[in-house]
Every structure is written in structure tokens, then in C-alpha cells.
Ligand binder design. Structure first.
Ligand SMILES: C[S@@+](CC[C@H](N)C(=O)[O-])C[C@H]1O[C@@H](n2cnc3c(N)ncnc32)[C@H](O)[C@@H]1O
Length: 245
């Protein structure tokens, strides 16, 4: 595993408790997302990046006759998700890097809520995941879109400072996008809320801002936006054909 991915894993590993209480946006996305999942009989389902099991619980409700392979790169997340779920039949729990899937079977549905953005090579990894789909299988996913935290990005741009946010790509099969305006107490509160849930690892190769630069950017953000920050969530569905285009 590369050094950056080790950092990502460690960060989520160490923040399981806080993730459980503070991942409100991710929980919101999981709720919306579950409504778009297709009705299937006795499906075989693979979940990538299960976190503490927010989406997992919804999958178990929706597909009562399903067979599940539930995974995350963080062992602590897998352990917590497992302890949050009462039903434990037909569930295979695995610590697994979704970019290097090690599965011995194929699936009708591969799902992931707010995790693919952590892939180092999203396009190549989705191609790999497609190989684990049954002929009519689909990958359903959500990711933060490129307008996520646009206020913070614009302030950093104006101040000619680099942003450590993850690079966004042209995600395929996007069928819905939504923007949520979240009111934080302050910009520090916003930055802290991201770090607290383990999602604060900056993109690979990022050179951190100095304390003075962060202080200046936060002051400017507070003056301009008064703690209002946008989240942009994208919902996608991919099959083997889409990946070939
Ligand atoms: C923002 S959380 C989302 C968790 C969960 N899906 C939810 O909706 O609450 C991102 C999750 O992706 C996991 N993750 C990050 N990189 C991963 C990778 N390469 N393979 C599998 N899981 C990964 C993290 O450990 C973390 O649990």
C-alpha cells in the first residue's frame, strides 16, 4: 500500500467513534442513495468503504434475501459496522482495498457511499470493479462533486494558496446531483468537522499551508461567507458498457 493510502486508512481507523456521531452529511447521502437502488431478488451485493455501516443497514433492510460482502480498507470501520448490525447471516466481512478487490465471486450490485473519492486511480479501479459484476450487474455510488466546499476553494484561489482537497474527476454515469448549504459556526468549525471524521487527509503530494496562511484564509472565509459552506453530492450508476465508452 502506498504511503498516502496508509495515511488515509490510519485517519479513518482512528476516527471511528467521531465518524459515528458526526457523519451527518454522509448519512443524508446514504438515505437518498438507498431510494435509487434497484429492486432485486436474492442479489449478491458487494459494498466498498462501508464505514460504520450506515448504508449497510439500509441494504440489509432493502434486500432481505440478499447475500452480502461488506468491505472497507479500515479494519476498525469493518469491526464497528459489524457490531452495528444485528443480523449476521449471509454477510462476509472483509478488510479490503476497493482498488484491489480480492473477491472469489461476481455480484449483481456493487455499492459505495462517499468512498470512491479516496481511490488513488478512480477510473482504473472502477474498471477493475466492473470485472466483478454479473452480466446485468451495476455499480451504484455517491461521491462529493467538484462544487463541494466551493467557498473554501474560491478563497484559497483568491489568496493564491493551494487547496489540499482531493482531485475531482469526470465521474461516469451521474444521474443526480444535489447541493446542500450547511451552516457551520465558523470556518475553523468547518475544517475541524472534516478532520474529526477522519476525512482530513489532504491529496497526495500536497504541501501543507503555514499556520499564518490558514488563519488568513479562515478569516477571509468567515468575513465572506459567515460559516455557510456548500456540499455537492453526485449519485452515479455504472455498468460494463458505460465503462467501455
Ligand atoms: C466518508 S467514509 C464513508 C463511509 C460509509 N460509506 C458511509 O456512508 O458512512 C469513507 C470510507 O471509505 C473507506 N475507504 C477509503 N479508501 C478506501 C479504499 N481504497 N477501499 C475501501 N475503502 C476505503 C474509509 O475507510 C471510510 O470508511
Amino acid at each position: 500500500m502506498c504511503e498516502w493510502k496508509e495515511k488515509v486508512t490510519k485517519s479513518f481507523d482512528e476516527c471511528v467513534d467521531a465518524y459515528e456521531t458526526d457523519s451527518k452529511i454522509q448519512a443524508f447521502a446514504a438515505c437518498q442513495f438507498a431510494q435509487y437502488l434497484p429492486n432485486l431478488e436474492c442479489p449478491k451485493i458487494l459494498e466498498i468503504g462501508c464505514g460504520t455501516g450506515i448504508l449497510t443497514n439500509k441494504l440489509l433492510d432493502k434486500y432481505q434475501d440478499g447475500k452480502f460482502h461488506i468491505t472497507d480498507i479500515s479494519s476498525n470501520m469493518v469491526e464497528r459496522a459489524r457490531s452495528n448490525i444485528s443480523k449476521d447471516t449471509a454477510i462476509n466481512w472483509t478488510v479490503m482495498d476497493g482498488e484491489n478487490p480480492s473477491c472469489s465471486e461476481k455480484f449483481d450490485l456493487i455499492v459505495s457511499n462517499m468512498s470512491f473519492q479516496w481511490f488513488e486511480k478512480p477510473k482504473e479501479s472502477l474498471e477493475k470493479l466492473c470485472k466483478f459484476l454479473n452480466p446485468n450487474g451495476k455499480i451504484f455510488y455517491t461521491v462529493p462533486g467538484n462544487h463541494c466546499f466551493k467557498e473554501w476553494r474560491s478563497i484559497l484561489d483568491d489568496l493564491k494558496l493551494q487547496s489540499g482537497m482531493l482531485k475531482t474527476i469526470d465521474w461516469l454515469g451521474i444521474f443526480k446531483e444535489e447541493e446542500l448549504n450547511v451552516q457551520y459556526e465558523s470556518s475553523i468549525d468547518f475544517l475541524r468537522s472534516i478532520k474529526t471524521i477522519g476525512a482530513g487527509t489532504p491529496r497526495n503530494g500536497y504541501k501543507s499551508l503555514t499556520h499564518a496562511e490558514i488563519t488568513n484564509a479562515c478569516r477571509t472565509l468567515d468575513t465572506s461567507f459567515h460559516g455557510k459552506i456548500s456540499w455537492h453530492i453526485m449519485y452515479g450508476c455504472i455498468n460494463k458498457e458505460i465503462m467501455k465508452t
